[in-house]
Write a new protein. Structure first.
Length: 320
């Protein structure tokens, strides 16, 4: 297995990649994730587009990216070092805050996209994806090894999200209610039973030790205060009816709020660490995939239609 993984890595480095086409429309194309690299914002999405902004989202610059594959997730460990993943099991790395990228890994024969990536530091990282894909590096991405045998995932459920939770370790969420927990930075994993068997698309720490949310299809939100030992379903009311739109991205903001975004322009907000949520729908109803806050307390939303800056509520300033 080690030799196979190393060989795939060498193949990825030896090819001559096609660079993402520079386009003034990239800022309004489909974007699937956004992260902070220090004070800089970095967003990734369709056709290998990676954009960065140094002024809290007012202006965006397209990065030089050696792929045209859809990119699904991005993670930075500091202001300079970040990784992005996407289709064809692509893994890209940047050491200049997202301005330029190099292709570390690609496996076209896998026929499965990578869907999320997490790095502990500049050396140790884990990438996850469709059909149970689980890859790990201990050398900053110079070599990526298959470690899917560490999970009890015999059916090869898609792994959709990975995150660290304060005081509890790592969690991986996937389809069919799959949830895995590691207390040793991914060396071993245990399965967690949930009171929900539908697909999960995210894991979000509340910032308090052992507290986390998982979320997914049909507006399902589950809260645990004990590192996943027990769970409570959160019922969100949307104009008098149960909220039922899919949820696809979340973030813990500087002001302590948790914001979750999803289909139909949904923006859910909690000021009590995820115990209760209010919901608004943006008038354009375009699906959202990720959210960060600006230094002024506004929101930067990404998804269908690219990047949008919104007030703290999730609505555009003119809609307040």
């Amino acid at each position: 297995m080690l030799l196979l993984a190393f060989h795939r890595n060498v193949l990825a480095l030896d090819i001559h990649p096609r660079y993402a086409i520079e386009s003034s429309k990239a800022v309004s194309s489909l974007l699937l994730d956004i992260a902070r690299a220090g004070d800089r914002l970095v967003a990734v999405g369709d056709r290998g587009h990676i954009l960065y902004s140094d002024d809290d989202g007012q202006h965006w610059t397209q990065a030089k990216v050696p792929t045209r594959q859809m990119l699904t997730a991005v993670d930075f460990v500091d202001a300079r070092h970040g990784w992005a993943v996407g289709h064809d099991a692509s893994i890209l790395a940047s050491s200049d805050g997202g301005e330029t990228w190099n292709l570390q890994f690609e496996d076209v024969e896998r026929e499965a996209p990578l869907l999320d990536v997490w790095f502990e530091d500049i050396h140790h990282g884990i990438a996850i994806g469709a059909y149970g894909a689980l890859l790990e590096t201990r050398d900053g991405g110079q070599n990526w090894l298959d470690i899917d045998e560490r999970l009890a995932n015999e059916d090869g459920y898609h792994l959709n999200a990975i995150a660290r939770v304060e005081g509890a370790g790592l969690f991986i969420a996937g389809e069919m209610g799959a949830l895995f927990h590691s207390t040793d930075d991914g060396q071993s994993w245990t399965s967690i039973e949930l009171p929900y068997e539908g697909s999960l698309f995210g894991v979000q720490s509340t910032g308090q030790p052992g507290e986390l949310l998982v979320y997914g299809l049909r507006g399902n939100l589950l809260f645990s205060s004990d590192a996943g030992a027990s769970w409570r379903s959160i019922v969100v009311t949307d104009e008098g009816a149960p909220f039922a739109s899919g949820l696809s991205g979340a973030n813990l903001l500087a002001d302590g709020r948790i914001v979750v975004v999803g289909h139909a322009g949904s923006v859910l907000s909690s000021s009590d660490r995820g115990h209760t949520f209010s919901v608004i729908h943006r008038p354009d109803r375009r699906s959202l995939a990720g959210v960060v806050d600006t230094r002024a307390g506004e929101l930067i939303l990404v998804g269908q239609g690219g990047v949008r800056t919104a007030a703290a509520s999730g609505l555009d300033r003119t809609q307040q």
